[in-house]
Write a protein that binds this ligand. Structure first.
Ligand SMILES: *Cc1c(COP(=O)(O)O)cnc(C)c1O
Length: 310
């Protein structure tokens, strides 16, 4: 079983904009659950690891991009629980000179240090990763393994993310979460109180998330807010960097550039635009992912842009 290093708590934000608009905003610090298996990845792996152990698997196999929080978390969880891990990584070129890749990529370097084995595949092949043919080939190469899908989303992951909200969270009118594959918000939707409205902030340009989420939920008290993906997955601009650094300095709240930074930017912008009625209480879920800042800083350095403060 995964054991939390620290229990999450709700960090209330004090800010003159919030006072002026008469809005309460708190951030649920799920990022504190575990240093290396952070936030929603802890929740999503939790019941999957129990299932893998129960069924006597000794290996987890999963999929991800080269800076994936899920890859880093799965590698760390495997190490902690004595399960071997295999990461099917998008980008064949990364496998051509592994030493160089590990030098340049902090996420893969970390996963490697936790004992994860990599299987690099081309972007084209990666697109077929859910097809039976592709999976059969993986079984042929690696033998028996417990398959965790990309981003970690499956039924057991949603069961885990249903444990993010607690009875104390009933005071909130809105609950907000960043979205990648939708597994996290699906659990939050399922466990939300009837009076609550769920707002999901996709971190990517997409038109499939609504369907993906609907597979796991049977309520319609939720909405996707698609205006804050900053041009696509892992895209960033100077406004976002400055916003994340400001929040870190003013509120002692570290955000990641791919998910939580964009979500909170969106929430603040919506507050400015009076989207929320006066007196609203908003809970934003900090889904973790702070390891992604290191890789992003390498990209920012290359573009001669200001860096994220860590
Ligand atoms: C993976 C991740 C998400 C996306 O979660 P989904 O369940 O795939 O929607 C959100 N925030 C952070 C920090 C993540 O690492």
């Amino acid at each position: 079983m995964l054991i939390p290093q620290q229990q999450p708590y709700n960090q209330y934000i004090n800010d003159c904009l919030l006072k002026k608009k008469e809005i309460t905003l708190a951030v649920k610090r799920e990022d504190l659950l575990h240093e290396h298996i952070s936030g929603n990845k802890f929740r999503k792996l939790y019941y999957n690891i129990i299932a893998a152990k129960e069924k006597d698997y000794d290996t987890l196999l999963t999929f991800g991009g080269a800076y994936s929080n899920h890859i880093a978390a799965t590698a760390a969880a495997g190490k902690e629980y004595g399960l071997q891990t295999i990461g099917v990584i998008r980008g064949q070129e990364l496998g051509e000179n592994l030493e160089k890749t590990l030098k340049e990529n902090p996420t893969l370097a970390f996963a490697h240090s936790q004992g994860m084995k990599f299987h690099f595949v081309s972007r084209e092949a990666y697109r077929h990763k859910t097809e039976p043919e592709f999976i059969r080939e993986l079984f042929r190469l690696f033998g028996r393994f417990y398959l965790v899908p990309e981003g970690g989303t499956n039924e057991l992951a949603v069961k885990g993310t249903e444990e993010i909200l607690t009875p104390g969270d009933a005071e909130f009118d809105y609950v907000c979460s960043a979205i990648g594959t939708g597994g996290t918000i699906a659990g939050i939707i399922n466990s939300a109180f009837p009076h609550q409205k769920l707002l999901g902030f996709p971190a990517l340009k997409e038109n499939f998330l609504h369907k993906n989420i609907q597979k796991y939920v049977n309520k319609n008290n939720w909405e996707l807010i698609r205006d804050y993906n900053f041009g696509g997955f892992a895209k960033i601009d100077i406004r976002l960097v400055e916003f994340i650094n400001m929040v870190n300095t003013l509120h002692n709240l570290p955000l990641d550039p791919v998910y939580t930074g964009k979500m909170l930017y969106g929430i603040i912008d919506l507050i400015k635009k009076d989207y929320f009625p006066k007196g609203s209480k908003i809970l934003a879920i900090h889904t973790g992912g702070l390891q992604g800042r290191n890789g992003m800083n390498i990209k920012l350095l290359r573009k001669k842009m200001p860096l994220l403060k860590i």
